[in-house]
Write a protein that binds this ligand. Structure first.
Ligand code: SF4
Length: 209
């Protein structure tokens, strides 16, 4: 009897939000993707709406790649940033996405993760990811060590530079937050710790757990 091996084709990713051009999530304009789903439960996380892996929306990876490529061809981007939520809890999808971005553009790629550098070594396919990523910022958010610079939410987080695309100096000069309205008239606030601004706009917003 012939055995048929079932092959899972991954072509979708669950995301919370995308800002196509953000000036505060990388040095220079970065296409920024917040993935949906995180079980790490850092105390004081300022993005709790990204935790539930059933929420958010499912997007085709190819659609995101085409969106990024279009903006890159228009010279509107210097890189992409993947944050969350927890990108490493969808590592297979992130490997596919970053591989396609690197194959089709010259953009830099940053990943923000709550896993520590030592925990990241436990992922069997970590090498498949790091060869297509320029910088990983790794470690749990620790409320008592909170800072707002260099894309770090707390000072315990570590930079893992895998190429020389990004320099520490460039990261230290990123603006802290941005506020803009989208085409639906919604106010979008983003940055490493937008809670106080969000509270002034919408006091009911749960900026901290
Ligand atoms: S800070 Fe990041 S890793 Fe920690 S719970 Fe929030 S989304 Fe998850």
């Amino acid at each position: 009897m012939t055995k048929i091996k079932k092959i899972q084709i991954i072509n979708e990713i669950r995301i919370s939000a995308i800002i196509p051009i953000s000036e505060v999530n990388g040095p220079g304009p970065h296409y920024t993707i917040w993935v949906q789903g995180c079980s790490l439960n850092c105390k004081g996380c300022f993005n709790p709406l990204t935790h539930d892996r059933e929420l958010g929306k499912v997007e085709k990876i190819s659609d995101i790649v085409q969106d990024i490529k279009k903006l890159w061809l228009e010279k509107k981007l210097t890189g992409i940033t993947i944050t969350g939520g927890e990108p490493f809890q969808q590592i297979d999808q992130i490997i596919i996405l970053t591989k396609q971005i690197k194959a089709q553009t010259d953009l830099g790629i940053i990943i923000l993760t709550g896993y520590s550098p030592r925990e990241l070594e436990q992922f069997l396919n970590i090498q498949s990811l790091t060869k297509n990523v320029d910088l990983i910022i790794a470690g749990r958010f620790r409320k008592e060590m909170k800072i707002q610079s260099g894309l770090k939410g707390s000072s315990n987080k570590k930079y893992i530079f895998t190429t020389d695309f990004y320099k520490k100096f460039d990261l230290e000069n990123i603006p802290q937050m941005e506020v803009f309205a989208n085409e639906l008239g919604e106010i979008i606030v983003t940055g490493i710790e937008p809670g106080p601004v969000l509270e002034s706009i919408a006091p009911e917003f749960p900026s901290e757990q």
